[in-house]
Design a protein around this ligand. Structure first.
Ligand code: G4P
Length: 539
C-alpha cells in the first residue's frame, strides 16, 4: 500500500515513497554485504552472493577491471533500485553506489550530490575509520541526513557507549540509539528495539532469515526473562536506562537536518538488524528533497521533469564507445520517449532508451519519478553538471569539481598520436575522471587527479580503450586554481602570467603554480581576480 510521508503531504505518492541514498563506509566494514541484504529483503535477488558474483563477472571483462579486482577496489559506480515493503507502506529504494577507495574520492563526492541521505556503516570493533570520516564530512557539507549501522556485532565489538561516544566526538553529531545490542561476539543475542520496545533475536542458524520479533511491554516485562539470560538482562536494563538518561532521544527533525544520527546495531552477514535499518530509512529517509538550481530551486512535486547529470561513465561496454550519463531526477514524472531540453546546448533530446538499474540487470525505464536515477546512453553530449528540463533554462548547482591535488604531464608514447591523446583526455575530463589542462605556452597536457592511483587507472584506460600507450612525467606545478573575475582584470592577469596559465576542457582559465606564496601574491596584486580551488561543473 502506498503511503504519503507525513512531513511532505504535498508530494505525489509515487515520489513520497522514494528513498534515494548511498552507503558510506571504510573498506571492509560490510558495505557489500549490507547491500546484498538490502536487495534480499527488497526481493530483488533470491539469495545472497549475487552482488559479488555479478561483480566478479563484470571484473573479468578487461585488464583494467582486472586491476580493480587485484586491488580490491571498486571503480565503477552504479545505482540500484528495489522495492521494500514495511507494514502498510511500500518504498522504492534507490541505492547509489559510492566507489570505495579513497583515491576515487572526487567521483564519490559527486555521487553524494545525487542522494537525499546516507547510511554510514561502521565496524563495531573499529569504530569511525578514516574513509568514513572523509565521506561523512562531505555529507555534512550538504547537511545530508545520516543513518548509522554498527556492523559485525557477532564479533568482539567495542562497548556500546564507547562506540556512540566516539561517533559523537569524532564527527560532532548527536547519536541516538535506535536499537541496543544484547551481548556481543559469541554472546550476541540480538537487539532491544528502543523505538518500538521490541526484542529482536538473531538466528545464527540461517543467515538469510530474521527470527520473529518478540513483543515486549518495556524492560520490566517478565517475558524478557524467557529469552535473555539473567546476566545479560541485567546489563541490558542498566544500559538502556543509562542510555535513555544520557543520550538524546530521537528527534526526526534533527535527523533530517543532519544534526543527529540514529544508530542501529546488527550483523549484516547474519541478516540481523538490516530490516530495522531499512524501516528506519523508510521513516527517517527522507523523501526526495528539493534540488538547488539557478535561478531557482527545483521541488520534486513540480509536474515538469527536471534532472541533472552527476556521473558519466564511458566505455561501460568496451565494444561500444557509448557513455551512460547517470541522471538524478529532481522533479516530475518521466516517461520513456520524452523530449527534454539539454539546457547547456539548448538542444532538444529525445530520451528513447533510458535505463533503470535493477539489482540483477539493466532494463529500459518506461517511467521514472523525482528521486529516481536513470541512465541515459549518449555519444558524449551529456556532461557532469548538465541539466535536462522540459524547456525551462534551469541549471543544477552544487555539483562540485575539486581542485586536483596531484599534477603530472602526460605524453603519448608515439608522438604522432598526440591528437588521439587529446581526444582521450578530453573524454576522461568530461567523465570527471581527471582534470586536463592545456598550457597556454608549450605543448602536451597536464593531468590533475585527487589520488595517485588515478594516474595508473587513467594510463591503463587510455591504453585499453584507445590503444594509446602514454607516459606521465613529473610536472613543475602542484596546484591548480580556476580564475574568475572582471574581464579586463583577468586578461591583464593572463598576459602577465602566461607561463602559469592553462585552459581546462571547458576552455576555462586555470592558474597553475607550485607555491602557496604565488596564490597569496595574486590575491594581493589582483584584487579583481579570484582564484578558486573548486569549480562548479557548470557552463
Ligand atoms: P566492504 O564492501 O565494506 O568492503 O565489506 P564486505 O561487505 O566485503 O565485508 C568485508 C568482510 O567482512 C567480509 O569478509 C564479510 O564477509 C565480513 N562481514 C560483513 N558483515 C559481517 C558481519 O556482520 N559479521 C562478520 N563477522 N563479518 C562480516 P571477507 O572474509 O573479507 O570476505 P568473504 O570471504 O566473507 O566474502
Amino acid at each position: 500500500m502506498l503511503d504519503i510521508a507525513p512531513n511532505r503531504p504535498d508530494l505525489p505518492a509515487e515520489i513520497a515513497r522514494r528513498r534515494t541514498f548511498a552507503i558510506i563506509s571504510h573498506p571492509d566494514a560490510g558495505k557489500t554485504t549490507l547491500t546484498e541484504k538490502f536487495l534480499l529483503y527488497g526481493g530483488a535477488i533470491q539469495m545472497a552472493g549475487q552482488v559479488r558474483a555479478k561483480g566478479e563477472a563484470r571484473r573479468t571483462r578487461s585488464d583494467f577491471m582486472q586491476m580493480e579486482k587485484d586491488r580490491g577496489i571498486s571503480v565503477s559506480a552504479s545505482a540500484m533500485s528495489f522495492d521494500f515493503a514495511s507494514k502498510d507502506r511500500s518504498f522504492r529504494f534507490n541505492l547509489v553506489d559510492t566507489p570505495g577507495h579513497s583515491d576515487f574520492s572526487e567521483d564519490t563526492y559527486r555521487t553524494l550530490t545525487a542522494v537525499d541521505a546516507a547510511v554510514m556503516v561502521i565496524d563495531g570493533a573499529k569504530g569511525v575509520e578514516s574513509q568514513t570520516r572523509k565521506l561523512f564530512e562531505v555529507c555534512r557539507l550538504r547537511d545530508l541526513p545520516i543513518l548509522t549501522f554498527c556492523n559485525k556485532m557477532d564479533r568482539e565489538a567495542r562497548d556500546t557507549f564507547e562506540i556512540i561516544d566516539e561517533i559523537q566526538e569524532n564527527l560532532a553529531i548527536d547519536v541516538t540509539p535506535a536499537s541496543w545490542p544484547i551481548g556481543m561476539g559469541r554472546d550476541f543475542l540480538g537487539c532491544y528495539d528502543m523505538l518500538n520496545d521490541r526484542l529482536e533475536l538473531m538466528d545464527r542458524a540461517d543467515r538469510n532469515v530474521v527470527a520473529e520479533s518478540i513483543r515486549i511491554d518495556g524492560l520490566d516485562d517478565p517475558t524478557l526473562d524467557k529469552h535473555v539470560p539473567a546476566h545479560l538482562l541485567e546489563q541490558l536494563r542498566e544500559e538502556v536506562e543509562m542510555a535513555r538518561e544520557l543520550l538524546p532521544a530521537l528527534d526526526p527533525q534533527s535527523v533530517l537536518e543532519g544534526h543527529m544520527t540514529p544508530i542501529w546495531f546488527g550483523s549484516a552477514i547474519n541478516s540481523f538488524g538490516v530490516k530495522e535499518l531499512m524501516e528506519g530509512i523508510g521513516i527517517y529517509g527522507p523523501e526526495p528533497q528539493p534540488q538547488p538550481a539557478s535561478p531557482r530551486q527545483v521541488s520534486p512535486e513540480e509536474s515538469k521533469v527536471c534532472g541533472f547529470v552527476f556521473k558519466v561513465q564511458a566505455n561501460m561496454d568496451p565494444k561500444h564507445r557509448d557513455r551512460v550519463a547517470f541522471v538524478r531526477l529532481a522533479s516530475g514524472h518521466f516517461n520513456r520517449g520524452m523530449k527534454l531540453t539539454h539546457v547547456r546546448t539548448k538542444k532538444p533530446m529525445t530520451i528513447s532508451a533510458p535505463v533503470l538499474f535493477l539489482a540483477s540487470d539493466r532494463e529500459l525505464a518506461e517511467e521514472a519519478w523525482a528521486g529516481d536515477i536513470i541512465g541515459i546512453p549518449n555519444h558524449g553530449q551529456l556532461r557532469i553538471g548538465d541539466t535536462l528540463t522540459e524547456g525551462e533554462a534551469l541549471k543544477a548547482t552544487g555539483i562540485p569539481s575539486f581542485a586536483p591535488e596531484l599534477l603530472q604531464g602526460v605524453r603519448a608514447g608515439d608522438p604522432m598520436k598526440a591528437k588521439h591523446l587529446e581526444k582521450a583526455l578530453m573524454q576522461f575530463a568530461e567523465e570527471g575522471a581527471a582534470k586536463v589542462f592545456k598550457p597556454m605556452i608549450g605543448s602536451g597536457f597536464i593531468v590533475g587527479v585527487v589520488g595517485a592511483l588515478q594516474f595508473e587507472v587513467l594510463g591503463s584506460r587510455i591504453e585499453l580503450e584507445y590503444g594509446l600507450p602514454v607516459r606521465f612525467d613529473s610536472s613543475q606545478f602542484t596546484s591548480a586554481r580556476w580564475v574568475a573575475g572582471d574581464k579586463q582584470a583577468v586578461e591583464k592577469f593572463i598576459n602577465a602570467n602566461k607561463q602559469h596559465i592553462s585552459y581546462d576542457h571547458d576552455g576555462d582559465v586555470v592558474y597553475l603554480t607550485r607555491l602557496q606564496w604565488d596564490i597569496d601574491r595574486v590575491e594581493r596584486d589582483y584584487p579583481d581576480v579570484t582564484l578558486s580551488a573548486t569549480k562548479e561543473m557548470m557552463v
